[in-house]
Design a binder for this molecule. Structure first.
Ligand SMILES: Cc1cc2nc3c(=O)[nH]c(=O)nc-3n(C[C@H](O)[C@H](O)[C@H](O)COP(=O)(O)O)c2cc1C
Length: 325
């Protein structure tokens, strides 16, 4: 059984943090299917401390979400420590630190994967956060900055030494962004260097990937991001497969219809009509991907500006598919 400090996880398959995707409605839904842990979207430490509405929205969790991991990003030890404290007070049960984000805006602020370039400074930030809160602190990193600087094993060891309770490694360097293939075998060199749990991440899109990733990396668990697009049940299926070898079927089309409808309504309730419609579009697209006539359905749904109309077209689209089967 996977443990993060004093927290026992029910499964060793974790939902990856994804900005613009793993918001509260999605995390709640994935948890309801049985994910070991779900992680919030990255929140910049300075926006936590300026108490922006967006940072509250991203961090939002309540006791029923336990264990809820909230991810913060930044490079200033004090600011990061304060941001961690604030999120702990808002209900986070784990603080995750982002040392993996490759995007320019974050890198230019010396945060995300840029932190891997200066290990001493990276460790100072980790230490400040660990000392600031009484809940487990974890870190998510890449394998390194580029092919000649794959320092995840050494940074992970230093992280362990200052009290970090789990390390997740996305098996790419920063300079790869999302290109190429995640190097699951390299993650084994991190696993061999620490005693805290190591989670392997990157390119797990089916059950065989998950099994192979664990075999290659020797990791204690896997984290899945894009493989969950339109499939909030995938984390649970993967965990079941890894434990039993049994491939659970996807929910029936009728069940998927209800999951999408409820998820859509939850997004509208959470964000309000205007933002909700915009943010929900990608999910509507993902759920319907591959279904007969989905391109036309998506085209129409994407242009709609009232949630009621979108719900009606969802009813129509799934209704006609269900009648024709
Ligand atoms: C749209 C999107 C947003 C992401 N946002 C974050 C983030 O906020 N924090 C983070 O640590 N990683 C973020 N990531 C990286 C993922 O957590 C994960 O490491 C990466 O997608 C590889 O895993 P996958 O192949 O299972 O998707 C993001 C990835 C995507 C595709």
């Amino acid at each position: 059984m996977l443990r993060i400090g004093n927290i026992k996880l029910e499964s060793n398959v974790i939902l990856a943090p994804m900005s613009g995707v793993t918001d509260r409605p999605f995390r709640k839904l994935v948890r309801s299917f049985g994910a070991g842990l779900v992680v919030s979207e990255m929140i910049a430490s300075h926006s936590v401390m300026s108490e922006t509405q967006e940072s509250f929205r991203k961090a939002h969790c309540d006791p029923s979400d336990f264990p809820a991991s909230v991810q913060i990003a930044g490079c200033d030890p004090q600011l990061m420590a304060n941001a961690a404290k604030k999120n702990r007070d808002l209900g986070a049960s784990v603080i995750d630190i982002n040392y993996g984000c490759p995007v320019k805006k974050v890198i230019n602020g010396h945060a995300g994967s840029a932190m891997m370039k200066d290990e001493d400074h990276a460790v100072r930030v980790l230490e400040a956060v660990v000392n600031a809160v009484d809940i487990p602190v974890t870190v998510k990193m890449r394998t390194g900055w580029d092919d000649t600087n794959r320092n995840a094993p050494s940074l992970a060891k230093k992280a362990e030494n200052v009290g970090i309770k789990m390390v997740t490694v996305h098996g790419r360097t920063r300079c790869q962004f999302y290109k190429g293939k995640a190097d699951w075998k390299f993650i084994r060199t991190v696993k061999d260097n620490v005693t805290i749990p190591v989670i392997a991440n990157g390119d797990i899109n089916n059950f065989a990937d998950a099994k192979q990733c664990l075999a290659d990396s020797g990791a204690d668990g896997v984290m899945i991001g894009r493989g969950c697009y339109g499939k909030p049940w995938f984390i649970h299926q993967t965990n079941h497969y890894l434990n039993t070898g049994e491939e659970l079927p996807d929910p029936t089309l009728e069940e998927q219809y209800h999951i999408l409808r409820d998820h859509y309504q939850a997004m509208i309730d959470f964000y309000g009509e205007e933002n909700g419609i915009r943010i929900a579009r990608k999910h509507v697209g993902w759920y319907s991907n591959g279904l007969h006539g989905s391109a036309e359905f998506r085209n129409k749904a994407m242009r709609m500006s009232r949630s009621e109309d979108v719900l009606n077209i969802i009813d129509e689209f799934y209704g006609s598919l269900l009648h024709s089967t």
